[in-house]
Design a protein around this ligand. Structure first.
Ligand SMILES: NC(=O)c1ccc[n+]([C@@H]2O[C@H](COP(=O)([O-])OP(=O)(O)OC[C@H]3O[C@@H](n4cnc5c(N)ncnc54)[C@H](OP(=O)(O)O)[C@@H]3O)[C@@H](O)[C@H]2O)c1
Length: 331
């Protein structure tokens, strides 16, 4: 039985990759106990890497990327799922080391799936995907560490990106005053419409300064940028505040002083969405269902087809994407 998928192949001699929509057969899919008719996938930063040269994430070619998908179970050898169940997959290195969601069918392990929350559609789930899941995980970790509205503004970096946009919406909806950091001057209206109260120009946080402490400004932070931005904002966190370290869109390396940790008791929280245990996944999706208002799905989302993916993959790596790009695999 043949169907469409985005297949990335590599010319080993020339060391170049290329991607195009091809017909593949169900027998080519990886091993697993649940076969899913994929309805929607989406585009995350990691997908950008996997559509291109893979940056070490893709181990073998040909490869079908797509780290997220949502759809309907076609057949299942697991007691956990039956034909017709709506399911979501994010992470577990699906789409990186095994074939993923840029395909009309996907086969995975039952333990990697979660059931679609009540009232959520596949399209809505993929407007969230790994980006929304990570934003919610970051917010839940900040809550555990005592984030409170009365502690003051919450900073979100890379605010127009996928993780950033969802974080701005959820935090604003929960009643936090959100300060959104962006490098896209033209996106002011977009961020204000998502609920941000204040915009901070990216360049203000990029500048490296030698002083370990600046005036204490932020009650918490969701950071998707890393690098110099993260180094700088550590010295701007209020007493006892935490930063959830989600991303590295601006770099991996940070030069941190121990002073804000010792004198202000700040915390850096590591966020990993890919390997979250099943129980946490269910809680995170329930919170997304509850705390992300449905009216924001449309404004943050752009829909594309499988054949649009090669170009969008480049754009996300260059920080050009605003909000979430979702992939309707059947158009
Ligand atoms: N830990 C996890 O489990 C997890 C899960 C998902 C994503 N991530 C990571 O989180 C980051 C964001 O992912 P995403 O899907 O939201 O990507 P995205 O949609 O591309 O968003 C990244 C945003 O960061 C800003 N940015 C880009 N390049 C920058 C630079 N050089 N310096 C400063 N800011 C820059 C841009 O926003 P502005 O123009 O508004 O500044 C961009 O839109 C990525 O590094 C991704 O790998 C991690």
């Amino acid at each position: 039985m043949e169907f469409n998928a985005l297949v990335v192949d590599k010319d080993e001699e020339k060391n170049i990759t290329s991607s195009q929509v091809k017909k593949i057969d169900v027998s080519q899919l990886p091993e697993g106990d649940v076969l899913v008719n994929v309805e929607f996938s989406n585009v995350n930063y990691k997908d950008g890497l996997c559509i291109g040269p893979g940056a070490g994430l893709v181990k073998t070619y040909p490869h079908v990327p797509g780290i997220d998908f949502a759809g309907e179970v076609e057949s299942s050898q697991s007691d956990l799922y039956k034909k017709g169940d709506k399911v979501i997959l994010t992470g577990w290195r699906v789409g990186e080391v095994v074939w993923g969601g840029y395909s009309q069918k996907a086969r995975v392990k039952a333990s990697q799936l979660v059931k679609m929350p009540q009232g959520m559609s596949s399209k809505e789930a993929m407007s969230m995907g790994t980006a929304g899941f990570s934003a919610m995980l970051a917010i839940m970790r900040l809550e555990e560490l005592g984030m409170k509205k009365e502690n003051g503004e919450v900073l979100v970096t890379g605010a127009t990106g996928g993780v950033g946009s969802v974080a701005v919406v959820i935090l604003s909806n929960l009643g936090y005053e959100v300060a959104a950091v962006t490098g896209k001057k033209s996106s002011k209206d977009y961020l204000l419409s998502l609920g941000a109260k204040k915009l901070v120009d990216r360049s203000e946080l990029h500048e490296v300064i030698k002083r370990p402490l600046e005036s204490a400004a932020w009650g918490a932070c969701v950071d998707t940028v890393g690098g110099d931005t993260l180094s700088r904002l550590l010295g701007q966190l209020k007493y006892g505040a935490s930063v959830a370290v989600v991303g590295n869109a601006g770099g991996n390396n940070i030069s941190a002083s121990a002073i804000p940790f010792m004198l202000r008791g700040i915390n850096m929280l590591g966020i990993d969405s890919a390997m979250q245990p099943f129980e946490n996944r269910v809680k995170i999706w329930d919170r997304l269902n509850k705390d992300f208002p449905k009216k924001f799905f449309e404004p943050i989302t752009k829909v594309i087809s499988l054949s649009d993916l090669p170009n969008i993959g480049k754009d996300i790596l260059e920080g050009k994407i605003k909000g979430r790009v979702i992939v309707d695999v059947n158009i």
